[in-house]
Design a protein around this ligand. Structure first.
Ligand code: SF4
Length: 212
């Protein structure tokens, strides 16, 4: 499967289709690029099933309309941004080469937000790797990580976070982010970072702003 995907590294197929949940212009609320003007493409489908997922409506792929690469890039015509963030759901359920190849050719900076649970595809300038304990990580992600971001819901998640961090180079920024619905998670992270300064705090600032 991976071989077939890699064969499409140079593919510029404007008719390639993706199920799209939503596309919108906003500000990246989390992690290393927090505060940056960006356009989000949220692809449908996820088989990780995090119990606290705030995007559960994205899980079922077939609920959403298919957009060609051409349709997607047409949505960018009047948008003043350089950054395109492909998110989900779990975007690596899809072959991301056709979309990212066209975006790169048009000069955009491409970002991926992924749990890393499926083989890596696509041409990305930045990869936010947010592994989850609910599905095994695919080894192909580890060569591409721009930042590690682990959601903390309870104490056990720190063990998982350290395990994933041990597989990633020291100079890659590493974030702990509270599970939004669990107020206790903020306190746990605050105390943890004081004891483990290699970690940074990521907050979902778009939720404080009340925007997408
Ligand atoms: S990987 Fe992301 S989209 Fe999928 S269930 Fe977990 S939080 Fe939700």
């Amino acid at each position: 499967m991976l071989l077939n995907k890699n064969k499409e590294e140079n593919c510029l197929d404007l008719k390639y289709e993706y199920p799209v949940v939503e596309m919108f212009h906003s500000i990246q609320g989390e992690g290393f690029w927090c505060g940056v003007n960006a356009f989000f493409i949220r692809l449908a489908g996820c088989d990780v099933f995090c119990p606290w997922c705030d995007q559960k409506e994205t899980w079922v792929m077939k609920k959403y309309p298919l957009f060609t690469v051409e349709n997607i890039v047409n949505n960018l015509l009047n948008i003043n941004t350089k950054h395109i963030i492909i998110t989900g759901g779990e975007p690596l359920l899809h072959n991301l080469f056709p979309l990212t190849n066209v975006l790169k050719k048009q000069g955009y900076i491409t970002h991926l937000e992924t749990s890393g649970s499926h083989p890596f595809t696509g041409d990305f300038d930045w990869v936010t790797f947010s592994p989850k304990p609910y599905k095994k990580t695919d080894e192909s992600i580890y060569n591409h990580v721009g930042e590690l971001k682990v959601i903390i819901d309870n104490e056990n998640d720190f063990i998982f976070a350290e395990l994933e961090a041990s597989k990633i180079a020291d100079n890659v920024p590493k974030y702990l982010q509270p599970q939004w619905e669990n107020p206790l998670s903020k306190e746990l992270i605050f105390e943890y970072i004081l004891r483990h300064p290699q970690w940074r705090l990521s907050l979902q600032t778009h939720k404080f702003l009340g925007v997408r």
